[in-house]
Design a protein around this ligand. Structure first.
Ligand SMILES: Nc1ncnc2c1ncn2[C@@H]1O[C@H](COP(=O)(O)OP(=O)(O)OP(=O)(O)O)[C@@H](O)[C@H]1O
Ligand SMILES: [Mg+2]
Length: 364
């Protein structure tokens, strides 16, 4: 049982930098929570406050219902895995994994049991006598995970543990971590700036920007119902396209006019569209995967110039120029398009997102 509650946690560094502003969220027992956001948004600071490596300026941190703000790091029963895993180069894999247990005076048979078990889980059993320099990057990262696992902590904290690995190894290790979480049934908090890692690993994602939490939701909910333009643009790859529009209401219809096309929003869903009464401006959000090539019978068609085609093998990412706005479409690999030529494209208004241009909040 290990549940973490973060209540209005604030961090003001010496010099006045407010790195985390009144952050609140809960991590349930056995939950995998990912903190995601751009560089400098305060992710590491938040994690380090939970670990006890950084003092808490304001707010409360509770583990299993007990306030631990002042509890020293070593007594919090938390293990943290960093980006720079810094193994001891002169110690073997076994000794590296056993190190923290030795320090805590565990009996050697207990140490052996735990190291063997962790090595088994991580596929490191045959490397136990090697020194770190004789391992690949991915294997070294697994030793760093092993060091955390042998402690059997209440909570695991990860700070971008995969960012030193190459792209292929990162995907492999990501899958291993997902399996590990299932196997250990442990509470985990994981920091990354990579939204793909967040989407694939998390039970629940906490999106952070400028020290402030923007939205807390399961991956699919974040993708489908982003609360504001920042979350909408941050989650999903390639990013959501944003187009400025003028809106007008006509009986049951809403018309959105851009510089180069007109969209009709009809139906129940749009009746609750919370248009700003003082301005008719609106930001329309369309995900690249929701754009397709028009077939002649579609409504909501726009003409765009094909600027760049990025071939992915299974699909293409196409940069389109509509008037002066650039947007990206994600289309089938065999899409019959030519660079420099104009084509007609379409999208389903049901899949669109709408944002207030000033507050940037989602309007639907
Ligand atoms: N010891 C410190 N003293 C003063 N300011 C700091 C200190 N450590 C971090 N900061 C500032 O606090 C903010 C948040 O930093 P933090 O390291 O938590 O960001 P991050 O989200 O982990 O970024 P990254 O993705 O680059 O690791 C940044 O503006 C950073 O410059
Ligand atoms: Mg960081």
């Amino acid at each position: 049982m290990a549940q973490v509650e973060i209540k209005n946690l604030t961090k003001i560094y010496d010099g006045g930098v407010c790195a985390v502003k009144s952050a609140s969220f809960e991590v349930a027992d056995k939950e995998f929570v990912v903190l995601v956001g751009p560089s400098g948004c305060g992710k590491s600071t938040l994690l380090r406050m939970i670990a006890g490596l950084e003092s808490i300026s304001k707010g409360d941190l509770l583990i299993d219902g007990t306030r631990v703000n002042e509890l020293p790091s070593k007594d919090r029963d938390i293990a943290m895995v960093f980006q720079n895993y810094a193994l001891y180069p002169h110690l073997t894999v076994y000794e590296n994994m056993a190190f923290s247990l030795k320090l805590r005076n565990y009996p050697s048979n207990e140490i052996k049991t735990r190291v063997d078990e962790a090595a088994n889980i991580l596929g490191l059993s045959e490397y136990l006598l090697r020194k770190p320099r004789a391992l690949s990057g991915g294997q070294r990262q697994r030793v760093a995970l092993g060091r955390a696992i042998v402690r059997r902590p209440k909570v695991f904290l990860f700070d971008e543990p995969l960012s030193n690995l190459d792209a292929k190894m990162r995907v492999q290790t990501r899958v291993e971590l997902i399996k590990l979480h299932r196997q250990l049934q442990a509470t985990m908090i994981y920091v990354t700036h990579d939204q793909v890692e967040a989407m694939t690993m998390a039970d629940k994602i906490v999106v952070v920007k400028g020290g402030e939490i923007q939205q807390i939701a399961p991956p699919l909910e974040l993708y489908k119902k982003p609360i504001n333009k920042f979350v909408a643009g941050f989650i999903g790859s390639p990013s959501m396209n944003f187009i400025n529009c003028q809106s007008t209401k006509e009986n049951k219809k809403i018309l959105l006019k851009t510089n180069s096309f007109l969209i009709e929003l009809l139906g129940e869903k749009f009746s609750s569209l919370n248009l700003n009464p003082s301005s008719q401006e609106l930001v329309l959000g369309i995900r690249p995967e929701d754009i397709s090539i028009a077939n002649g019978t579609n409504k909501n068609v726009f003409l765009a110039n094909v600027e760049i085609i990025e071939q992915m093998g299974n699909e293409v990412f196409v940069q389109l120029l509509i008037d002066t706005s650039e947007i990206t479409a994600r289309l089938p690999a065999d899409a019959n398009l030519k660079i420099g030529e104009k084509s007609q494209f379409t999208f389903n208004p049901e899949k669109c997102h709408f944002f207030d241009p000033i507050s940037e909040k989602a309007l639907l």
